[in-house]
Design a protein around this ligand. Sequence first.
Ligand SMILES: C[S@@+](CC[C@H](N)C(=O)[O-])C[C@H]1O[C@@H](n2cnc3c(N)ncnc32)[C@H](O)[C@@H]1O
Length: 257
Amino acid sequence: MTRTGSPAARYDRIGHGYARTRREDPAVKARLVAALGDARSVLNVGAGTGSYEPADRLVIPLEPSSVMAAQRPANSLPALRATAHAIPLHDDSVDAAMTILSLHHWDGHQEQGVREMCRVARDRVVILTIDPEVSVRMWLMADYLHEVAALDARTCPLPAEIAEWIGNARVEIMPISRGTPDWTLMSFWAHPERVLNADARAATSGFARQSSEVVNRVVCDVRRDLESGAWDERHGHLRSQSEFDAGLRLIVRDVSR
Ligand SMILES: C[S@@+](CC[C@H](N)C(=O)[O-])C[C@H]1O[C@@H](n2cnc3c(N)ncnc32)[C@H](O)[C@@H]1O
């Protein structure tokens, strides 16, 4: 049973239907696989439904939410039911540890979680996360959904801070393509109409963590501005752009300790 406030609780509440709109992006996956290098064993922290797990390595998924774990492919290993800040593995027991768009959910335990990843991984640590100083500039957060800008500022550590926890890590920009099949909130940069799609909204924690009053306000405002042409007047240049830096950052430790 899920306890309110436990790490499993959020995704047991909002994770239903995640696999429908949150499918892996091949370009992002290629960058992640390159960052994993020759690692043969990979711990995936906050593994969710299994997106971005390389099929040709031994992947150990760690996932606290039953709703997310239940959407994993039948042929994957059963997920370790644990959390990032207390990884139930010995020191140096895997070649690499990765975490994809999960770190901002490790409330109050982010540094500890990253240090745990460094403890269990012999070599590589690969983190895909959000830079809150960049995500705030996207039209959705800047013009309509200030609540998510505030949430990101509270829950997303700066990449430089994460790199400092890891020591000897590099930070790379991960642009988001117009056609990405992983409909994160950041993917809305190219698709304002997606704000009007309840399934698309529900599979993003940014919308799913807001009250219905906030969601209704944003939907009404975006619909009004699409119908009047105000959105296209302000942001229409994005309609012909193929990719955009919405704040996604890849942080990689790739040297043996
Ligand atoms: C946005 S989903 C990302 C899932 C997957 N990595 C992907 O890219 O599709 C965030 C995941 O982090 C998990 N999570 C939340 N809190 C966690 C914690 N403290 N430790 C580990 N995972 C956590 C959630 O249950 C959820 O599955």
